[in-house]
Design a protein around this ligand. Structure first.
Ligand SMILES: [Cu+2]
Length: 290
């Protein structure tokens, strides 16, 4: 109960204080008792969180106003209090007001909404372009020739693999959370515009990274594009967001945002690592329901 109350208080405070990148939770993953949207790691997500909070205030005010009117009407115009009904059917001033005010409210909602939509759809000049293919049930990443020129599959770690990594000290527990930890993290540099080309090889999947404000369909035979620019380093998690089959819940996404130097080092290391597995038979996602 106290945790729930704590969550509600935090949610309300987050709602009121508006997003700042500083309020980002560690590791871009769901927190126990969390309410509200993910803490933003991109300005795009910060805008989405701000818009969500602003709409919440607006719809709450409208709902409270309508409820207050209804309560007042029920009391003021009850048959007991108002035995002789009014014969009034029109009031021009009132009708103009209740047409114009909602229009103004919609305009106030539409302006930030269209700005955020444009931000999602207009892709700025990119520093890096990555291709991601959704498969049953994992993601394949491809880094282009000018950025490594390699590809790898990103599969969820099962409980045994997670525990092995944690016990051997190769990963901290919050780097491989249950149902989110993966074998191969994708790595991108901080502060760089990354364009994503997203498709699927078998059925429709959906690439979703809440902390980046990203959600885009992965459709066989179609190349969808989106972008992000991570403003802070860290490890961020997402998931497939289209029910795509038996193991839909077991195809997480992990992106590690690092400095430019660490990114260059990772590229060099990965070129060797993934060249070694190139040509090996394609791995098949294990059945991981536990
Ligand atoms: Cu999927």
């Amino acid at each position: 109960m106290s945790r729930l109350l704590g969550g509600i208080t935090t949610g309300l405070l987050c709602g009121i204080t508006l997003p700042g990148l500083a309020m980002a939770a560690p590791n871009g993953q769901p927190q126990p008792g969390q309410l509200n949207l993910s803490a933003p790691a991109t300005t795009k997500m910060a805008d989405i969180v701000w818009f969500h909070n602003w709409l919440l205030v607006l719809i709450t005010a409208i709902s409270v106003f309508v409820l207050a009117l209804l309560v007042y009407v029920c009391w003021r115009f009850s048959a007991k209090k108002n035995p002789v009904p009014s014969r009034l059917t029109h009031h021009t001033g009132l009708e103009v007001a209740w047409t114009i005010i909602p229009v103004l409210i919609l305009v106030v909602v539409a302006i930030p909404s269209f700005r955020i939509l444009r931000d999602q759809l207009v892709i700025p000049p990119a520093d890096i372009t990555l291709k991601i293919t959704g498969k049953q049930w994992y993601w394949s990443w491809e880094y282009p020739k000018d950025n490594g020129g390699f590809g790898f599959d990103q599969l969820m770690l099962d409980d045994k693999a997670r525990l092995d990594l944690i016990n051997s000290g190769k990963a901290k527990a919050d780097e491989v959370p249950r149902l989110l930890g993966v074998d191969n993290e994708a790595v991108v540099p901080v502060g760089k515009t990354v364009r994503l080309q997203v498709t699927a090889a078998d059925v429709i999947h959906k690439f979703a990274m809440p902390a980046f404000g990203l959600k885009i369909d992965a459709i066989p035979g179609r190349l969808n594009e989106t972008w992000f620019k991570a403003e802070q380093e860290g490890l961020f998690f997402g998931q497939c967001s289209f029910i795509c089959g038996q193991n839909h819940a077991y195809m997480p996404i992990a992106i590690r945002v690092v400095s430019q130097e660490r990114y260059a080092a990772w590229l060099a290391e990965s070129q060797k690592k993934f060249a070694a597995v190139d040509g090996a038979p394609t791995r098949v996602a294990a059945v991981t329901a536990q």
